[in-house]
Design a protein. Structure first.
Length: 316
């Protein structure tokens, strides 16, 4: 199958492109900038450049590639995030999820592609409910204002994907190379420097996804007829009160400080507080059954321990 990967130089794309090639797919890697494609050298992929927000240029590039399937992984998330300025920091990513999705799906249609797979998130479920969220759980009904535009963009991405009988993969909090949980990523640096406190007890539940498991889910989805939405997360959701101290232990640093909600709200705003106190974990049962997919890293506990081993060794 010829597969076009849009966003091939992102954290999932860098894991996905060589994996697709290794299992026999003809891979076309789409990137906004030729300057970023060096990371794909030696993968066997053919590289094309086009801006997803330039509908004409994108249409020409996709038509020329003539893919059977298109995988949409386009984001532009900064390496360090500030929840107080989320609307500004996510402005380009929001456009890629709205305008970019529209342009890419239209270009895929013109090129005759028969399979569309898009990337969404598994941590935008409405927090008012019991237990883990499955794919029937509604997305956040009344999100903090800093998250509203980004959530609207995700809704539009998922709606457009559904209109062409595509498949939305909702990934959890990504960890592994190039992510915020990499050895020099934002979360790891903040835990190491004790800048990630447990707000109000740290009750937000995180479902994690290793970038390799995200990539294997895409590969599995290409061979299946699944449509709709699937959660791609590991088997071990955990509240911040559990995973932050555990990562601190892995790093060999002191346990996190604790911070009252009212103090945190002054520092990080409503979205920062909600992110650390209200997120809901996700259930992966449908993906395991529908894609015959299993995460190699069944728990962030072992996965992160392996990823952070170099950091711990360097600190000793």
């Amino acid at each position: 199958m010829r597969v076009l990967v849009a966003g091939a130089t992102g954290v999932i794309g860098r894991a996905l492109v060589p994996l697709l090639a290794s299992v026999g797919h003809d891979v076309v890697a789409l990137s906004r900038s030729a300057g970023r494609t060096a990371v794909l050298e030696g993968t066997g992929a053919r590289i094309v450049t086009a801006d997803a927000l330039d509908a004409g240029a994108l249409d020409r590039a996709v038509r020329e590639a003539a893919p059977d399937a298109v995988v949409h992984l386009l984001t532009a998330i900064p390496p360090r995030l500030d929840p107080r300025t989320m609307p500004r920091q996510f402005a380009l990513t929001d456009r890629l999820r709205t305008e970019g999705t529209r342009n890419l799906i239209e270009a895929a249609r013109h090129a005759g592609a028969h399979r569309i797979i898009t990337q969404s998130v598994a941590f935008a479920y409405d927090p008012d409910g019991d237990g883990l969220a499955d794919e029937t759980t509604p997305l956040w009904r009344t999100p903090p204002k800093q998250f509203r535009r980004s959530l609207d963009a995700l809704r539009e991405l998922e709606r457009r994907t559904g209109e062409v009988n595509g498949l939305v993969l909702r990934f959890g909090h990504l960890y592994g190379p190039g992510t915020a949980f990499d050895t020099d990523g934002q979360f790891v640096r903040d835990i190491r420097d004790r800048r990630l406190p447990l707000v109000g007890g740290g009750s937000a539940t995180f479902s994690f996804t290793h970038v390799h498991d995200a990539a294997t889910a895409v590969v599995a989805a290409l061979d299946k007829n699944a449509t709709g939405v699937l959660n791609i997360v590991d088997n071990d959701p955990a509240p911040m009160s559990e995973w932050v101290p555990e990562v601190a232990r892995m790093l060999g640093v002191p346990a996190p400080r604790r911070l009252p909600v009212f103090v945190a709200r002054l520092a990080v705003g409503g979205w920062g507080v909600a992110y650390t106190t209200r997120l809901r974990g996700a259930d992966n049962t449908r993906a395991r059954l529908g894609l015959d997919w299993r995460p190699r890293h069944t728990s962030w506990r072992t996965g992160m321990a392996v990823e952070l081993n170099g950091t711990v060794a360097a600190a000793k």
